[in-house]
Design a protein around this ligand. Structure first.
Ligand code: C5P
Length: 220
């Protein structure tokens, strides 16, 4: 099992997917699961700023993840959530929903089940995989990058998706989400003591992929 954690815009998803595909491993995007439960709450009239209401609803949606790195899937109550979970509404609400302990307990149990039943190994990416979800992972990687590099990457993704991007606003939203994720009480975004930190600021995606593949091979 490989745990890849880090803040937004460090290249976690692209790296994790490519590494899993290259080595024939399964892949799990845990951020997509938190986004899917957030989307479900928003579309079922749950006030996402009311932690008690979110806690009460946490057990209701059925969230399912497909772990093929070339075509990962995410559904909520059987409905394809892959498009809606990337909307600005979900992105703005996900930190509040994922800070609720009942949500984390539910999603963490799901993540452990998927990781334990994956045949031939899995790359799991998120914020608390090395510290909380899979503390016994064979390899833990913590990706970082400067705020400028992260905003530029996220801005590039947004531009590709929507044709426009405000870099200053992207940077601000990204830092706000990281701050909320790092400061929450239950399993915050953090580097595990035994994680290898990789600063991706000056690296291309190919170089980061190569670096993680090498780290995995060194463990074998
Ligand atoms: O990785 P992504 O940006 O899609 O994650 C969306 C949000 O899900 C994060 O900002 C964080 O609030 C939450 N998350 C989390 N724990 C994880 C993965 C994501 O709390 N392991």
């Amino acid at each position: 099992m490989v745990a890849i954690d880090g803040p937004s815009g460090t290249g976690k998803s692209s790296t994790s997917k490519a590494v899993a595909a290259k080595l024939g491993l399964s892949y799990l995007d845990t951020g997509a699961q938190y986004r899917a439960i957030t989307w479900w709450m928003l579309t079922h009239g749950v006030d996402v700023d009311d932690a008690a209401a979110v806690a009460e609803a946490a057990g209701r949606p059925v969230i399912e993840s497909g772990t093929d790195p070339s075509a990962p899937t995410i559904t909520a109550d059987g409905e394809d959530a892959s498009g809606p979970i990337r909307t600005p509404e979900v992105t703005a609400a996900v930190s509040a929903v994922s800070a609720v302990p009942e949500v984390r307990a539910r999603i963490t149990a799901l993540q452990r089940h998927i990781a334990e039943t994956a045949e031939g190994g899995i790359v799991v990416e998120g914020r608390d995989i090395g510290t909380t979800v899979l503390p016994g992972a064979d390899l833990k990687v913590f990706l970082t990058a400067s705020p400028e590099a992260r905003a530029a990457r996220r801005g590039g993704e947004l531009k590709a998706q929507t044709g426009q991007a405000d870099l200053a606003a992207t940077r601000q939203a990204l830092l706000k989400r990281d701050q909320a994720d790092s400061n929450r009480k239950t399993s915050p975004l953090a580097k595990a003591d035994d994680a290898v930190e990789v600063d991706t600021t000056e690296l291309t995606l190919e170089q980061v992929i190569e670096c993680v593949v090498t780290l995995i091979e060194e463990k074998q």
